[in-house]
Design a binder for this molecule. Sequence first.
Ligand SMILES: NC(=O)c1ccc[n+]([C@@H]2O[C@H](COP(=O)([O-])OP(=O)(O)OC[C@H]3O[C@@H](n4cnc5c(N)ncnc54)[C@H](O)[C@@H]3O)[C@@H](O)[C@H]2O)c1
Length: 363
Amino acid sequence: MERIVRVELGQRGYDIRIADDFTVALPMAGEGRAALVVADAHTGPLYAAAVQELLADRGFACTYHEVPAGEGSKSLAQLGILLERAVAAGLDRKSLIVALGGGVIGDLAGCAAAVYLRGVAFLQIPTSLLAMVDSAVGGKTGVNLPQGKNLVGAFYQPVAVAANLATLESLPEREYRSGLAEVIKYGIIYDADFFAYLEQQQAALLRRAPEVLGEVVARCCEIKAAVVAQDERESGLRAILNYGHTLGHALEAVAGYGVLLHGEAVALGMVYANLVSTTVLGFPSEDARRITALLEAWGLPVRLPGTFGWEALRGVMATDKKADRRVPTLVLAEAMGRVRFGCRVPEAELAGVYARFAGGAAA
Ligand SMILES: NC(=O)c1ccc[n+]([C@@H]2O[C@H](COP(=O)([O-])OP(=O)(O)OC[C@H]3O[C@@H](n4cnc5c(N)ncnc54)[C@H](O)[C@@H]3O)[C@@H](O)[C@H]2O)c1
């Protein structure tokens, strides 16, 4: 069954198509245009041939470019190689750059599409759960610098997002569960009924049951689309998508990139954000316990997997993009499905709750 979610951004608006195969998810016509399909060393061998065949049937002249798998490919070096490949393949202003992969490929290829010839059309074909529910939607593209993540990039919307749920079958278990952390986030920040649905469907989701996955991916995309349509460039509301990310990003950085997967760090960050929310905004402990229980049921970490000193974490939090003059501003929950952004919390409170969290408190 096909589901379509519209991202309402006026002339830059587009459809997210969610289906069980590429043919339904990807209805666009090429009429002699060139397309450069970008994938990594995992997604390319699995899916690039099918996507290129389909694009060729639709009239595109395809070229393929593969990058190494992993966060290391979100680099200026890989961006340069990709842009030179686009020149060599003869891409012009009417051409299309296609991202076939997880968030790394989407961010890298999107960044290339934003700057190549000052902008060419860009198609997202997300293949990880995280990319389907989060990174492929909303137009944030970019690469990392040695000094930090996503320090170079552009807001650049795709012309369409084509999610083929069948690609999730080959996603490694740990990557899949990491994506589920972002799914839970949407329930907390926006939709208490959706959170209850996730609780009901927790076993089906672990089995990757296609019908439930279709519902879940579509609902996450609807929520992200609604938020992005109101605040495309993150001047306010879009910050709510960062629930759990302030501490999460700091944990990722302090642990060393790649040690904790993004979703695992976000799971820990959400547990901490729940504890701060309970202390500062009276977020019900019962709801915090429900969140922890669901994270645990999905095998996501809810307690720190080692010793992480507060000073080091607090140092990274000061450089967070949402920080205001080095003071982190947090997204905190008032009730299940309702959050506030831009919250300033006294230092002693942040450190005190962290001490409880580091001591094993999880709700
Ligand atoms: N642009 C945004 O709004 C946004 C939002 C969230 C995260 N991100 C970025 O996304 C990146 C993380 O994305 P990710 O978790 O998808 O990482 P990823 O792209 O590295 O994919 C994770 C791993 O799964 C593999 N993989 C992906 N799909 C597969 C499939 N169907 N079958 C087998 N293997 C598959 C990849 O090759 C990789 O090894 C980070 O760089 C993060 O900064 C961007």
